[in-house]
Ligand binder design. Structure first.
Ligand code: NAP
Length: 245
């Protein structure tokens, strides 16, 4: 019996990076996946790469737009089968030193990373609660403790931890667990965009002496989604090679 047999998992930002690796790991564990991302064409490419047949569904949706999230929830409601889990993975960066940060840079990151996680959980929780077994896993970051140049991102990822712990308290009685993973420096397009000197500085600080792979994070997410983690809720698991110690 595979870890996630017959479970259906919605993964935001599932078209690439960590979200795509989570989708691959969920499929390997026997789950069906619903990939949610901004661009339909990226979703089509991701679904082709996954080669999961009927176990893969895709929805284009901006998680920061409540009307789009409501429409997604309606579509999922009309889909046969249970909805068991949500992985709030979609995230963006708009880095700048605080003294230069624009309100637009601040707001766009809060909108996607924090409000997007709230909206997805808020509109999908009714479906997830239905089967008296549910999982929500939110992507925070080692940057939640503060990181120069990322006031917006750090605040959003610290907010995700507060959201996670509060939902864990409120949903435990429905057998829905809510946890977060806090990756360190993981090799994806997000970190490729970091200037070389800053990248080298991050890499020097990692006790494990290597950057993380998307699959390192995906393995932790699948554990939290599985029955093995049934009594774990409200926690934050660092996946960072020791960077967050
Ligand atoms: P990524 O490579 O940039 O991928 C993010 C995905 O999310 C992209 O497909 C992106 O679509 C999608 N997305 C962005 N805004 C969205 C929105 N409003 N609605 C729906 N989808 C949206 O990022 P990643 O490195 O895999 O990171 C995944 C998560 O882990 C993020 O929450 C990130 O903050 C967190 N994290 C990453 C690291 C790291 O080192 N990589 C470290 C700590 C935490 P587009 O391509 O169209 O923009």
């Amino acid at each position: 019996m595979k870890q996630l047999n017959n479970r259906n998992v919605v993964i935001t930002g599932g078209a690439r990076g960590i979200g795509f690796a989570v989708a691959e790991a969920c499929l390997r564990a026997g789950a069906g996946v619903v990939l949610v991302d901004l661009k339909a064409e990226d979703l089509t490419i991701a679904a082709d790469r996954l080669q999961g047949g009927d176990a893969v569904h895709c929805h284009a949706c901006n998680v920061a737009d409540e009307e789009q999230v409501k429409a997604l929830a309606q579509a999922l409601k009309a889909t046969p089968g249970s909805l068991d889990a949500l992985v709030n993975n979609a995230g963006i960066t708009r880095d700048n030193l605080f003294m230069r940060m624009t309100t637009d840079q601040w707001q766009s990151v809060i909108d996607v990373n924090l409000t997007g996680s709230f909206l997805m959980a808020r509109h999908l929780v009714g479906l997830i609660r239905k089967s008296e077994w549910g999982r929500i896993v939110n992507l925070s970051s080692v940057a939640a403790r503060g990181n120069a140049g990322q006031a917006n991102y750090a605040a959003s990822k610290a907010g995700v931890i507060g959201l996670t712990k509060t939902l864990a308290l409120e949903l435990a009685r429905y057998q829905v667990t809510v946890n977060a993973v806090a990756p360190g420096f993981i090799e994806t397009e997000m970190t490729q965009a970091i200037p070389e000197a800053a990248r080298d500085e991050w890499l020097r600080k990692i006790p494990a002496a290597r950057p993380g792979k998307p699959s390192d994070v995906a393995d932790a997410v699948v554990f939290l989604l599985s029955d093995d983690a049934a009594y774990i809720t409200g926690t934050v698991i660092g996946v960072d090679g020791g960077l967050g110690i």
